[in-house]
Design a protein around this ligand. Structure first.
Ligand SMILES: Nc1nc2c(ncn2[C@@H]2O[C@H](COP(=O)(O)OP(=O)(O)OP(=O)(O)O)[C@@H](O)[C@H]2O)c(=O)[nH]1
Ligand SMILES: [Mg+2]
Length: 235
């Protein structure tokens, strides 16, 4: 079953600030407001989308050079009174699948992403960005399934849809539904802002669900590391 979400609105972001960049789990700030993690391949548009959500062009660094975000970069947002929540955090995750990032560096940040995802009690929604021109590949499918086994709420977002025709969008949406099931993917352009209200709706829904559940997702015991998406992410 797929569910369409009615686009609501784009909240006023009254304050947006860099909090920290963590290169390991010990470097993460203490949990606070609900966290929305933004993941995806290098160059998919994570930082651009984060800036769009924050309503600030230069908050997260964007680049034509893939693989620039190396740590886990956290920003805090304070929302205007019309929004259902007042505070949240956005996490810009390092991009995967970029061959030029050295192996040793990959070995550092893949456990970082997995560790963060599994133990972070304040993680409310894990957003997987997919370039709409590439479509879903094995990495995304495995990541999505792994998040399911970890009980982490996930949302697929197709980026750069400004580059697709209406026909291409229709075909892609159908393909995603068939391949992934679950929630309908959200089609977004970080450049034009198209689809951003639907993502806000998903964020508010996830934050409300996390609050109703008494906090975050039910993270599994962090001790023994299971097979994670890193097993398959090397290009
Ligand atoms: N046309 C179009 N271009 C986009 C969109 N989003 C991002 N871009 C462009 O894609 C490139 C990469 O964007 P980033 O936001 O830096 O991508 P990223 O996923 O943060 O990349 P890494 O941090 O290197 O993993 C930049 O040149 C952006 O201008 C979009 O929605 N539409
Ligand atoms: Mg980036």
């Amino acid at each position: 079953m797929t569910r369409e979400r009615t686009p609501t609105f784009v909240p006023d972001v009254v304050d947006a600030a860099f909090v920290a960049e963590a290169r390991d789990l010990a470097g993460m700030p203490a949990p606070g407001p609900p966290e929305i993690a933004i993941s995806g391949r290098s160059n998919v548009g994570k930082s651009t989308l984060l800036n769009r959500l924050a309503g600030r062009k230069g908050l997260a660094r964007t680049s034509k050079t893939p693989g620039r975000t190396r740590g886990l970069v956290m920003f805090s947002l304070r929302l205007g009174r019309a929004a259902p929540i007042s505070d949240l955090r956005l996490i810009d995750l390092p991009g995967y699948g970029y061959a030029q990032v050295s192996r040793s560096e990959r070995q550092t940040w893949q456990p970082l992403i997995e560790g963060y995802t599994r133990v972070r009690r304040s993680l409310a929604l894990f957003v997987i960005l997919i370039d709409s021109r590439r479509g879903i590949e094995d990495e995304e499918r495995q990541l999505y399934e792994w998040l399911g086994t970890e009980h982490v709420p996930a949302q697929i977002v197709l980026t750069k849809v400004d580059k697709l025709s209406a026909t291409e969008r229709g075909l892609l949406r159908e393909r995603c539904r068939k391949t992934l099931g679950g929630r309908a993917p959200i089609m977004i352009s970080g450049e034009t802002g198209e689809g951003v209200p639907a993502l806000w709706a998903a964020i508010f829904e996830a934050a409300a669900a996390a609050a109703a559940a008494g906090g975050p997702h039910l993270a599994a015991d962090p001790a023994p590391a299971p097979r994670g998406p890193s097993d398959t992410q090397d290009p």
